[in-house]
Design a protein around this ligand. Structure first.
Ligand code: BTN
Length: 249
């Protein structure tokens, strides 16, 4: 039995599974990996002020908690890497013929379309990472999306069939656990290599908007702080935080 999803609660409806897990943490200390999955979110949240839209009963929307005591707080981006790798491993297993990417820092893309978003909430005190809540929205059986969502896709749009959500979540948890164990077993170099290899735009000339200015650059990697590193055609190095760069498709 793995850690993530060992204790899983399926609920019919909640505002946001991240909030449901935070409420659970407020009442005590659920075991590491405790996962709450909802068939319907009434107020799903994305990054910043974004909302997360997901058709009721069609997709995976869930959150789980980790207590990574073994990990110095300054290395917390390693957790983003293992979680995005675990999800992209699952998507890759489902769609072996497709190109599956991690769009820095936390999105999963199939080709140039977004299939999964992730909202990570950390609790840090005195340089120690107390807990991490990872909230995942993976489009599984939804085929029609609202026009406001930029470039969505789901597994069903590739497979032309519905997937069983409970079985899919179990398989996804296996992928997440494999990657989390790699981190626990000090395989950080492998994790970083795999993350880099799967990065959308790695070693590839692409167009971006960096601080609202057009930028043509190649991604060279992600540094220890989780910042995106790029190089321009005149060999200028660019280092970006979230919000400072937008991928253009
Ligand atoms: C993004 O903006 O791309 C992140 C979206 C994260 C959505 C998931 S769905 C499950 C969990 N609960 C939420 O309210 N948000 C996350």
């Amino acid at each position: 039995m793995g850690i993530i999803g060992n204790q899983t609660f399926w609920i019919k409806s909640t505002a946001s599974t991240n909030q449901a897990l935070l409420d659970l943490l407020g009442k005590g200390e659920p075991e590491e990996g405790t996962l709450i999955a909802a068939l319907k979110q009434t107020s799903g949240r994305g990054l910043g002020t974004n909302t997360w839209e997901s058709e009721d009963y069609k997709n995976l929307t869930f959150s789980f908690v980790l207590y990574p005591e073994f990990l110095p707080a300054e290395n917390q981006f390693e957790l983003n890497k293992v979680i995005t790798l675990g999800i992209s491993d699952f998507v890759k297993n489902q769609l072996p013929g497709e190109k599956v990417y991690i769009k820095w820092p936390n999105d999963i893309y199939v080709g140039d379309k977004k299939i999964c978003g992730m909202l990570i909430q950390n609790s840090l005190s005195g340089g120690v990472l107390n807990y991490l809540i990872a909230g995942i929205g993976l489009n599984v059986n939804q085929t029609v999306f609202s026009k406001e969502i930029p470039n969505p896709v789901s597994l069903k749009l590739f497979l032309n069939k519905d997937l069983d959500l409970k079985k899919s979540l179990e398989e996804l948890c296996e992928c997440l656990n494999t990657r989390y164990l790699q981190l626990k077993n000090n395989l950080s170099e492998k994790i970083s290599r795999d993350y880099q290899n799967r990065l959308l735009g790695w070693k590839e000339w692409r167009n971006y908007l960096a601080n609202d200015k057009p930028l043509r650059a190649k991604i060279t990697g992600v540094n220890a702080f989780g910042q995106l590193e790029l190089i321009t055609s005149d060999e200028k190095q660019v280092v970006c935080n979230l919000k400072e760069i937008r991928f253009l498709f």
